[in-house]
Design a protein around this ligand. Structure first.
Ligand code: SF4
Length: 355
């Protein structure tokens, strides 16, 4: 048996019972793939079920207000994906009369649908013979064939894509692709792969040469940007303030507390003498909790150190449009889509009975 036959047989016997595997419509595959790019299957399942329940088809998703979609997405991160999901749903619903494009190349033209998602929809929903290549597939292939090229370089990716295409079963690309990914997710794990349960053990070069821990090879060239976010939770009786993020940065369109960003960690005396602080409070008296909370938040290419200051004021801030601030009662906070780190801080305040 060839690799494809072996993994297809294994997949039929061992695959997880996941809801999008029952539906196999382009809409269900699309939603599941976009969600699963953000999170592990266990957590992704909850999001997927909520999404499908609220928006059972592309038409409902297209007609939903963006803020509702972002709220449902809250906690998954990469909010651009949720915005693109909404934009593309509108294009399919209104311009393409509810019909998904049926080929890999046509799917690629849609906003937010990259090579991976296009290949997933094309191969699983429309049985087009295109190979799916993600982190799981990189790992399995790199070990199966002992590939020395780093997976995190352009040249490396091209080699893996070609190899994935070479071993693809053109007759059953849906089964082949899902089987290879499932093998990476369940058996060929990043650490301690379960080789004794692997159907490809006899085909695997890294296993034969006892070199599994050397693969996949990485160049380690991806740099991390470190940022310091100083968030101001302002208590104005039973109200606080949010503003909406805009521009080409993380968390576009989400809400957050007034923010003062710095390149280095900032002591409170510096923060409270900064221009941004003055623009918010002027000379007016504020009462600041002496124990701010700092959380580290890891994104793919960024590390954020978010420090939250709890500030009580005896006046109302200017929340006119040019200041970009929205004054809201505490009990409306949960209506706004916020980054996960802000949600965590709010939960913490709740637990401590701070509002
Ligand atoms: S034998 Fe082990 S290393 Fe090789 S593909 Fe299977 S699980 Fe991965």
């Amino acid at each position: 048996m060839g690799i494809s036959e072996i993994i297809a047989k294994w997949y039929h016997e061992k695959k997880r019972d996941l809801p999008w595997r029952k539906a196999e419509t382009p809409y269900h595959i699309w939603i599941s793939e976009i969600i699963l790019q953000q999170t592990r299957v266990v957590q992704g399942l909850e999001y997927y079920n909520r999404f499908i329940e609220k928006y059972p088809s592309v038409i409902e998703l297209a007609n939903a207000p963006l803020d509702d979609v972002l709220k449902l997405w809250q906690g998954l991160g990469y909010y651009t994906r949720a915005r693109n999901l909404h934009l593309t749903a509108q294009k399919i619903a209104f311009e393409l009369k509810g019909q998904f494009p049926r080929t890999y190349q046509e799917l690629l033209k849609l906003k937010g649908i990259g090579p991976y998602t296009a290949a997933a929809i094309a191969s699983i929903a429309f049985k087009e013979p295109v190979a799916l290549v993600d982190g799981n597939v990189f790992r399995v292939l790199s070990r199966l064939f002992c590939i020395q090229m780093p997976v995190d370089t352009k040249a490396g990716k091209q080699i893996f894509e070609k190899l994935a295409a070479d071993i693809l079963d053109p007759v059953k690309p849906d089964i082949h692709n899902q089987a290879l990914m499932e093998l990476g997710a369940l058996i060929c794990l990043p650490k301690n792969p379960a080789c004794s349960n692997c159907p490809l053990i006899r085909n695997c070069k890294a296993h034969a040469e006892k070199k599994i821990e050397l693969f996949p090879v990485k160049s380690g060239k991806i740099k991390q940007r470190i940022r310091y976010y100083n968030y101001l939770f302002i208590r104005d009786r039973d109200y606080t303030y949010l503003h909406k993020r805009t521009g080409k940065d993380i968390w576009n369109s989400l809400y957050e507390f007034p923010l003062i960003e710095s390149d280095v960690s900032m002591k409170f005396h510096k923060l409270s003498s900064s221009q941004e602080w003055f623009a918010l409070f002027g000379d007016r008296k504020t009462q600041v909790d002496r124990y701010p909370k700092t959380y580290k938040h890891q994104l793919t290419h960024q590390i954020l150190y978010c420090t939250f200051y709890y500030i009580e004021v005896g006046f109302t801030l200017d929340s006119s449009t040019d200041k970009g601030l929205i004054r809201i009662p505490f009990n409306h906070l949960s209506r706004y889509a916020v980054p996960r780190i802000i949600e965590k801080y709010i939960d913490n305040l709740h637990q401590e009975g701070m509002f």
